[in-house]
Design a protein around this ligand. Structure first.
Ligand SMILES: Cc1ncc(COP(=O)(O)O)c(C=O)c1O
Length: 402
């Protein structure tokens, strides 16, 4: 696999802020897998961080209706008023929060929500704490904004859960934001509600923002129910919620996310967004409105299917000698430790991912991308049939004593 990294732009002097960041490593895997597929290879693609389900029909119909009604013009930068209202009331019903529309802005996906928030708050040298393993984009967004990402390692044996006391120890006078992503990408870890509340308490006491990335909120397993730290009252003044319709409603390509935060911060994000991208696509906003107001059956159906796939993949991975895997409590990823298979020829997880793709045409993302060397991320947002085929290949790969 070629490193999908910096473009060689001879003679072009790029801005220092762009040179600080690199292309998302998960995108790099997708690109390589696509290249192989285009050459006719039968790739089992465990790479993507997106649902394989189609967007629910009622949501697509709302977009078609919006098109037919010519809702194709600019909207207000923070989004159409009915959608801001609908998001705050959906969030209140589903996740127990209490936001006003003025505390909500619609962004161009959850990534844009995180990006705009960090760019609105971070000054040069400010620190942003993120437990590791972390979502690949956090460090680069922080660096782009001039901040310093600070990673807190979490323990596989403890289910990769960050702890409030660990976060408190890592705070310095420069700490501005703590990012918590629960359910987590890439581990599927879910922070227990009480621990999450304790983390908020630390943030509040030390006047640090808590940025909660809730992108996978509705994919939790067993008896767990979707949880938002915004339901812990009175939490608003220190809390920022980054939400997304991408995963919950299988709408990755529509690019709709949102931020819930105190109104002055929403105002700052609106100012930034007004000079960068303006509003989220008008048609996508009407589709999102239907997602917020319509039935949640498709979300339940997706969760049921993820639950079946999770069981199958966990059983399959457990049967492969040398792999250790913490059962994910949420999202749609497993994050096995493959370090027992390291050899001279295959000394790290990046080499594992490269050889897996080369020899078995199985695409996974190396753990290094998430600040967790020794692991690989397997997405089970793919059919049970492909999971079976992928497990066969993983067995062959790890079974032949690399
Ligand atoms: C943890 C996390 N946050 C945010 C996002 C952004 O999603 P989107 O921009 O599609 O809403 C992703 C996507 O993979 C993610 O995994």
């Amino acid at each position: 696999m070629e490193p999908a990294t910096e473009m060689k732009l001879e003679g072009i002097e790029l801005a220092e802020r762009v040179n600080r960041i690199s292309i998302s490593p998960t995108m790099a895997v997708m690109q390589e897998a696509e290249r192989l597929k285009a050459r006719g290879a039968d790739v089992v693609d465990f790479g993507p961080g997106e649902p394989d389900f189609p967007t629910p029909a009622h949501i697509k119909r709302a977009a078609i209706k919006a098109l037919e009604e010519d809702r194709t013009k600019y909207t207000a930068t923070p989004g159409i008023a009915p959608l801001r209202r609908a998001i705050t009331s959906w969030h209140a019903t589903q996740l127990g929060s209490c936001y006003e529309p003025a505390e909500c802005i619609i962004n161009i996906g959850g990534k844009n929500a995180v990006f705009n928030t960090i760019c609105s708050l971070i000054n040069s040298g400010d620190e942003v704490i993120a437990p590791a393993p972390y979502w690949v984009s956090y460090p680069d967004i922080v660096k782009y904004a001039g901040g310093v990402p600070v990673f807190l390692p979490t323990d596989q044996a403890a289910g990769f859960c960050p702890r409030a006391e660990q976060i408190e120890r890592a705070l310095t006078p420069r700490t501005k934001i703590v990012i918590i992503n629960s359910p987590n990408n890439p581990t599927g870890a879910v922070v227990p509600n009480a621990e999450f509340a304790a983390i908020l308490e630390v943030c509040r006491r030390r006047h640090v923002w808590l940025l909660s990335d809730e992108c996978y909120s509705h994919f939790v397993y067993g008896d767990a129910r979707p949880f938002s730290i915004a339901s812990v009252n009175p939490s608003k003044e220190q809390v920022i919620i980054a939400g997304s319709l991408s995963k919950t409603f299988a709408m990755t390509g529509w690019r709709v996310g949102y931020t819930l935060a105190p109104a002055p911060l929403v105002g700052a994000i609106t100012k930034l967004q007004s000079q960068a991208t303006s509003n989220a696509t008008s048609i996508a906003q009407y589709a999102a409105l239907e997602a917020m107001l319509g039935p949640m059956d498709s979300v339940r159906a997706m969760l049921e299917e993820y639950t079946r796939r999770r069981e199958r993949i966990l059983a399959g991975l457990r049967a492969i000698p040398g792999l250790t895997c913490t059962p994910p409590q949420g999202a749609f990823y497993v994050f096995p430790n493959v370090s027992a298979h390291f050899t001279k020829e295959m000394p790290n997880d990046t080499a594992v991912a490269r050889l897996l793709l080369e020899r078995e045409h199985v695409a996974v993302v190396p753990g290094e991308a998430f600040g967790a060397p020794g692991h690989i991320r397997i997405s089970y947002a793919t059919s049970l049939e492909r999971i079976e085929e992928g497990l066969r290949r993983l067995n062959r790969f790890f079974g032949r004593g690399q």
